[in-house]
Design a protein around this ligand. Structure first.
Ligand code: AMP
Ligand code: GLY
Length: 425
């Protein structure tokens, strides 16, 4: 079977790495891919927003499965358009992708199904939103309803910050995404991510992770897409995972099926582990980045087989297996990230870094300039190590990081600190 993978980041390199190892996979195409995915298959310059072009490519290359990495093509209905012409696609339909595409939709679904989440209100105008804020006070969380590339959330510790966020969103700071605003209760606890493989009716846990959203050591600095991650998340014990399945994931699947919009694909639950138990912060309708770079090295089961089983609705007869090792990834970003960055600086000595025991390097924002590998984005590499402890995986990942010759990059030096501290007891 030929597989087409859509996307170009570190997540997609990790997915390409797994898919290309599948005995089910003949040729793997990646659109548009990056220099890392080119080592796992064939990169193709396809305009992913042109759904007709994607369909035509699938027909010409006998694609048996399309795997979609990022949320935008899902929210834009690429799965619907592929399925409509009989092409198997892994991921939710446009309607089901509303779990990420609209925070208000998800909050209403949680309220109706009794899924634990922060108390909230939805607003379409600034006046009532500001009045509500004055009533509830700070700390409080203000969110743009729609997709805002991870920048639509303001955790306001003061009423003034919350008011400024509301005014900004309603005056267009987040474009269409901010036409509606959700204001919700501030949750206290430790965050963790839970991933479920879903086929519309059945969900199987596919892994847990914790990421590091702030740019600098000690969780300081601006929010980013994620500077590193590890899996599993030790806070999500077997008991808590069962609770997440029972109280959050299964009721969501049931509610989506009941609405006539069954959920197929990866359901990524961002959780706050509060004193009262796990509460849903948000859903994403895809794998995480950089979480995928730590989920894939731990997954023993053939990813292509698992995705096909999800597409075919037979997960009730499927079984996922993992390696015992833990995985940890350190993101190397271009200096300036998450702000403006320079592209084009050369990256050297990756081969040497990859010789470190247990290390795999996933490309995110890289490009080839002739024979040279150069930086081509904010998050550039994801240096992943597996080992039998988080402390050892951390050591190996940084050993590899230190062998990479790229003065224009930076990384956090404390990825995994929480888990390492836990390990030490
Ligand atoms: P989101 O884009 O919804 O994942 O939000 C980004 C980040 O904001 C989350 O990872 C949390 O750290 C924080 N956050 C979001 N909602 C809440 C909440 N209700 N209480 C506390 N922190 C939150
Ligand atoms: N690392 C967070 C995300 O993928 O949304």
């Amino acid at each position: 079977m030929n597989i087409l993978l859509i996307g170009s980041g570190g997540r997609e390199h990790a997915l390409a790495w797994s898919l290309s190892a599948s005995p089910l996979c003949d040729t793997l195409f990646i659109a548009p891919g990056n220099p890392g995915t080119a080592e796992c298959g064939t990169n193709v310059a396809l305009s992913v927003t042109d759904h007709d072009a994607v369909v035509q490519f699938c027909r010409e290359h006998a694609i048996g499965l399309v795997v979609i990495g990022p949320e935008a093509p899902l929210v834009a209905g690429l799965v619907d358009d592929l399925k409509a012409v009989g092409i198997k696609a892994f991921g939710p339909t446009r309607a089901a992708a509303a779990l990420e595409g609209s925070k208000g939709f998800t909050k209403d679904l949680c309220a109706a199904a009794g899924i634990p989440t922060a108390a909230y209100q939805r607003f379409r105008e600034a006046g009532p939103a500001l009045a509500y804020l004055r009533g509830v006070g700070a700390p409080i969380v203000v969110k743009a309803d729609g997709l805002a590339a991870g920048k639509g959330v303001v955790v306001a510790m003061t009423l003034e910050d919350a008011q400024a966020a509301v005014e900004g969103m309603f005056s267009g700071s987040h474009g269409e995404a901010g036409a509606e605003v959700v204001i919700e209760e501030y949750l206290e606890g430790e965050e963790a991510s839970f991933f479920a493989l879903c086929d519309g009716r059945t969900a199987l846990p596919i892994g847990t992770a914790q990421d590091h959203k702030r740019a600098f050591d000690g969780d300081q600095g601006p929010n980013t897409g994620g500077m590193g991650a590890y899996s599993p998340a030790p806070i999500l014990t077997a008991d808590l995972q069962e609770r997440v399945m029972r109280e959050i994931i299964r009721p969501t699947l049931a509610a989506m099926a009941e609405r006539g919009t069954p959920y197929t694909g990866i359901l990524y639950a961002g959780l706050m582990i509060t004193a009262e138990g796990p509460k849903l912060i948000e859903y994403n309708v895809r794998f995480g980045d950089p979480e995928t770079q730590v989920l894939m090295p731990r997954l023993k089961t053939d990813l292509a087989a698992a995705m096909l089983a999800a597409c075919d609705g037979v997960l009730d007869h499927f079984d996922l297996r993992w390696w015992d090792d833990v995985a940890l990834t350190v993101v190397l970003a271009a200096k300036g990230y998450p702000g403006k960055v320079e592209t084009g600086s050369e990256i050297r000595e990756l081969d040497k870094a990859e010789e470190v025991v247990g290390v795999t390097i996933f490309h995110a924002g890289t490009a080839m300039s002739g024979e040279r590998l150069v930086a081509n984005g904010g998050r550039v590499l994801s240096v992943t190590a597996t080992a039998d402890s988080v402390a050892e995986a951390q050591r190996q990942a940084y050993r590899a990081v230190d062998l990479i010759d790229w003065p224009e990059g930076f990384c956090r030096r404390d990825i995994g600190w929480r888990a390492v501290a836990r390990e030490r007891g």
